[in-house]
Design a protein around this ligand. Structure first.
Ligand code: ME8
Length: 517
């Protein structure tokens, strides 16, 4: 369709799959919301979006947690996976599949990728002895560990206490991939974003790569290694493969051809090594195309501090939504936090965004415009008269948002896309104050109509483009503007359409109420 950027092309986006060993927290919610927003942006811009999310149910930590709770591991996985999926639903996430790595097709996919890496000569049996972090399911080289005050061996980066492991395991020849990986980062600088993350990965890989232990024998909660069922796959091997499972690998060739390679993996900053080093190496070994891009978001901090159960500052996403409403919470996190960097939240910051950005800048503009149309034009959208420069300039600024927003979304700068929209809202608020349509109405109803029409147009365009962030509120607002809800009129390609003068609008109701303490 006209001006549709995606033109029906496929766009495959994924989130990390969370460990369901406890309840989801706000960091998970943040990742889900941001990925959903990117999925929705692309869908509204004419792409055929496939959006995968889910849970990573295997690994030693899951088995240990279940033992502590005295329940079967499968039951823990099911119960908590349900909680993660329920969170996705409450967040209004538009995912198409919630994968659990216990799904049958995922077992098939994991076996198939293992087999291919093995056929390629990259897997061998040996004895592993070294440090393991059960909490992060990570092997550490000695040089990455240190001894804490209590005399325990810890991972230097995270401070997590490590376990010494010695067992017979299969290894993946990661050391063979150092040059190929460096060549990848060099030839495809967009593979990892933001740039600082790519630099981090490059210097890690330049430091040399050891072969990676990829199976475990001291517990059995995982995908059995093909032909060697006394081994289960190292949890990260099967976890990363979920992205392929979600695209139909290995059996559904048609789906695979359409959606693989993935366009975008969204992950947090603590799992870069797995996604930017191990995953491309596994895929190269298996002869499978690499994802086009991995984007790394930052961590959410509570008033600048790390969330932790012991400090008691872990925020429950449900409580936040109950207090402030879903759309304001979605808006807050994406506008307040520069996507790709760490961000802080506090009740004050949320309230100030709700009142300043939503209630004042957007809500008040919409409400004033619509209620004046009601009052002076009997609720029928006025036809614009001759445009003055101020009108033409403002409309041009609003029309230009489409390209600006696309450019920002292309590099996952969600906060900048929102900033651009709000800057046009700011300009429109200055315009309406300068034009004073409430005074004009007494002397020049024609000019009043033109000014209100221009304001209604800007509100429509910003509502259209902010649908991915606030789906429910913008749907109501577009209803109030009389925008057809059948689809085409709410796609991004409709930005340059114009509202039809004469349309009778419903009686306006406020869309973005102030938050009163
Ligand atoms: O790492 N702020 O699962 P997970 C923002 N199973 N994001 C955060 C966060 C915070 N405070 N805390 C965690 C795993 N995250 C693996 C993934 S993918 C094949 C396997 C993010 O439950 C974290 O960075 O520990 C990750 O992207 C996601 O939440 C799941 O973390």
């Amino acid at each position: 369709s006209r001006n549709s950027h995606g033109d029906g092309r496929p766009y495959y986006i994924t989130t990390a799959i969370a460990y369901p060993n406890g309840a989801p927290h706000i960091g998970h919610a943040y990742e889900y919301i941001s990925a959903d927003v990117l999925a929705r942006f692309h869908r509204l811009d004419g792409y055929d979006v496939r959006f995968l999310t889910g849970t990573d149910v295997h690994g030693q930590k899951m088995q240990q947690t279940a033992e502590k709770e005295g329940i079967p591991t499968a039951e823990l996985a099911r119960r908590n996976s349900d909680r993660f999926q329920a969170l996705q639903d409450r967040l209004g996430s538009s995912y198409h599949r919630f994968i659990r790595t216990s799904d049958d097709d995922h077992k098939r996919a994991s076996e198939a990728i293992w087999q291919r890496m093995s056929d390629n000569g990259d897997i061998y049996l040996d004895k592993y002895s070294g440090w393991y972090d059960v909490r992060d399911e990570t092997f550490y080289a000695d040089s990455e560990t240190s001894v804490n005050e209590a005399g325990e061996r810890v991972a230097t980066d995270t401070g997590h206490v490590l376990t010494w492991t010695e067992e017979e395991t299969y290894f993946f020849r990661l050391s063979n991939y150092q040059d190929k990986l460096l060549e990848l980062y060099e030839s495809d600088p967009d593979f990892i974003g933001p740039d600082v993350r790519r630099n981090e990965v490059v210097s890690f890989v330049k430091g040399g790569l050891n072969d990676l232990s990829i199976s475990r024998t001291t517990f059995d909660w995982g995908v059995p290694v093909p032909a060697h069922p006394d081994h289960v796959m190292y949890v990260w091997v099967d976890a990363l493969t979920n992205y392929l499972t979600g695209a139909g690998f290995p059996d559904d060739e048609q789906t695979l051809r359409r959606y693989w390679p993935a366009d975008l993996h969204i992950i947090g900053k603590d799992i870069i090594r797995f996604h930017c080093v191990y995953w491309p190496a596994f895929l190269m070994s298996a002869g499978i195309d690499l994802p086009k891009r991995v984007f790394v978001h930052g961590f959410l901090l509570n008033k600048g501090e790390k969330m932790s159960k012991s400090v008691g500052n872990v925020l429950d996403p449900d409580a936040l939504i109950a207090e402030f409403g879903l759309d304001p919470v979605r808006y807050f996190f994406l506008r307040e936090v520069s996507y790709g960097q760490d961000g802080s939240y506090s009740t004050d910051a949320i309230i100030s965004r709700i009142n300043a950005d939503l209630a004042n800048d957007f809500g008040n503009l919409a409400q004033r415009t619509l209620s004046m149309i009601g009052k002076y034009f009997d609720g029928a959208l006025p036809a614009p008269g001759v445009y003055l420069d101020a009108d033409t300039e403002l409309l041009a600024r609003a029309d230009a948002l489409l390209d600006t927003v696309r450019a920002h979304i292309e590099v996952q700068a969600i906060h900048l896309a929102l900033e651009a929209m709000w800057s046009v809202l700011g300009e429109t608020n200055r315009y309406i104050s300068a034009q004073e349509p409430w005074k004009l109405a007494k002397t020049d109803l024609g000019r009043t109509g033109t000014v209100l029409y221009v304001c209604a147009e800007v509100v429509r365009i910003v509502a259209l483009l902010s649908q991915p962030v606030m789906p429910a509120s913008t749907a109501k607002l577009l209803d109030l503007l009389g925008v057809d809800d059948s689809g085409a009129a709410r796609q991004f390609s409709a930005v340059t359409d114009r509202l039809a003068p004469g349309t009778t609008l419903p009686k306006p109701t406020p869309i973005f109420p102030r938050y009163e303490v």
